[in-house]
Design a protein around this ligand. Structure first.
Ligand code: EPU
Length: 442
């Protein structure tokens, strides 16, 4: 476990560079499996989730190499082969991306094996929607003690699908499977996050025929073959918002090079309502605290174009510094407020509730999940010893430590490497007082 010490109290000031979105890049890498020729993906961040997917592709015979610019990956899928179950199993627990290998591998090899999935513990995170849609394409799904075996007695067939909830991963599953299935697939209640639209762009470059219709309906006409692609990833709007939240919570001023307004409209509106300020230019967005008190708000997370669940955790830290009562209703994950316990230990006044404290009753209202929170501020924060619970929660704890009086000890920061490229160096570059604990790995 990697431990760092964070001495708070100083505003973050300076520039950080945000590269391609973690939640797009990993899917675009899987899409490379579908092509007959080499794909080239640019602006790939150096994060551990990318390393995991790269390892999985290589296990399946894809030749992956880094370009002269280390942020460029080429992926040659001409020798795709079945991987050894034991090798795939070694990746078990590391990420949720393996589930998206199903469609491409079944098209290429007729069969796929998916290990038990990892990912952040922010809820139960079942894969029932994924397995249901695969079955509807004609795949045979067999649950084994170590994972899931998928096979197809014949070519997968396009089908009419409707999701019970607009799941990001299941929408991607459908896209990656339908593009090479026989006939037309219609997906109702699809998720349409910018990362999904960028994946559709990649698939279109490869030769797919996909239309995004009104009311979140996606229609895919299957084709027999696809080629490789050349694509630059869209920027990571979660990382950009995280640095924006860090600037606000510490009273700082951070220019996020690479941040793109179009993908962040909802975050920017909320940031402004709280009292944060921003300047937008062609290269990025400057987020800063303009002075004066921050204002409390009522916030509800939702699928795109709503306020992203992944923006919620970093922004809640800034809300501890806002005057009055803020209300947060988390409607995407049932268990994404657990990170507030550490904030309370640091001096924040946050109470969580099972009830839906928002205008829209959500799926979790009738269940026993503390998915709403009331934050009362402003409260000074003090240093604490913290263990990183999940990727975004962990980054929020870092922000809290940076805003707090004294030196905090944060354990398990390697989880943050999953989605924040070189976060330690970036923090140092912004003037944060951070140090690796004795014996900690680089
Ligand atoms: N769900 C089911 N059954 C399923 C799939 C999803 O019940 O088969 C539920 C989930 O439990 C959750 C909701 O549907 O309550 C939404 O899950 P979704 O499938 O949309 O999420 P995901 O694809 O697993 C991706 C991102 C998450 C991000 C969500 C929502 C990746 C690798 N992960 O997860 O990112 O929060 O979409 O936007 O793309 C992160 O980056 O920290 C992160 C957690």
């Amino acid at each position: 476990m990697t431990t760092i010490h964070v001495t708070g109290g100083a505003p973050l000031v300076g520039t950080v560079h945000v590269r391609g979105a973690k939640n797009f890049v990993s899917k675009a890498m899987v899409a490379a499996l579908l092509g007959e020729t080499t794909s080239r993906l640019r602006d790939v961040p150096d994060i551990s989730d990318v390393a995991i997917v790269r390892g999985l592709l290589q296990l399946h015979g894809v030749k992956v190499s880094q370009g002269a610019d280390s942020a460029e990956l080429t992926m040659d899928p001409s020798d795709v082969e079945l991987a050894h179950v034991a090798d795939i199993d070694a990746h078990a627990g590391a990420s949720r991306i393996p589930i998206l290998f199903c469609g491409p591998l079944v098209h290429r090899l007729g069969t796929a094996f998916i290990p038990d999935l990892g990912g952040c513990r922010i809820g139960d995170r079942p894969i029932n929607y994924h397995l249901d849609v695969l079955r509807q394409f004609g795949a045979v799904v067999e649950k084994l003690p170590s994972g899931i075996a998928i096979s197809a007695p014949r070519r997968l067939r396009g089908t009419k699908l409707s999701l019970p909830y607009p799941s990001v991963g299941t929408t991607e599953q459908v896209l990656l499977t339908a593009v090479r299935a026989e006939g037309v697939t219609e997906l109702r209640n699809a998720a349409v996050e910018p990362e999904i639209l960028d994946l559709i762009g990649v698939l279109q470059k490869m030769g797919a025929i996909i239309s995004v219709d009104t009311d979140r309906v996606i229609r895919i006409e299957g084709v027999d073959t696809l080629t490789g692609y050349d694509h630059r990833a869209l920027p990571d709007r979660i990382e950009a918002a995280s640095w924006g939240s860090a600037a606000l919570a510490t009273g700082g001023d951070v220019y996020v090079r690479g941040a793109r307004q179009a993908d962040m409209m909802t975050f920017l509106n909320t940031f402004r309502k709280i009292g944060g300020a921003f300047d937008i230019d062609d290269e990025g967005i400057r987020f800063f605290h303009p002075g004066g008190p921050l204002h409390s708000i009522a916030l509800e997370t939702d699928v795109h174009p709503g306020f992203m669940t992944d923006w919620q955790q970093p922004l809640v830290v800034a809300l501890t510094q806002a005057k009055g009562l803020s209300i947060v209703h988390e409607t995407v994950y049932e268990n994404r407020l657990g990170f507030t316990e550490a904030l309370v230990r640091m001096g924040a006044t946050i109470q969580t509730y099972r009830e839906c404290l928002g205008s829209t009753p959500c799926r979790f209202g009738a269940m026993d999940f503390r998915h709403s929170a009331v934050v009362s501020g402003p409260t000074p924060l003090r240093a604490a010893e913290i263990e990183v619970p999940d990727l975004r929660g962990g980054f929020s704890h870092l922000i809290a430590a940076l805003a707090a009086e004294g030196t905090s000890t944060v354990h398990g920061v390697e989880l943050i490497d999953r989605g924040y490229e070189h976060f330690f160096a970036k923090l140092e570059g912004l003037g944060a007082v951070v140090a690796r604990a004795e014996g900690a790995m680089a």
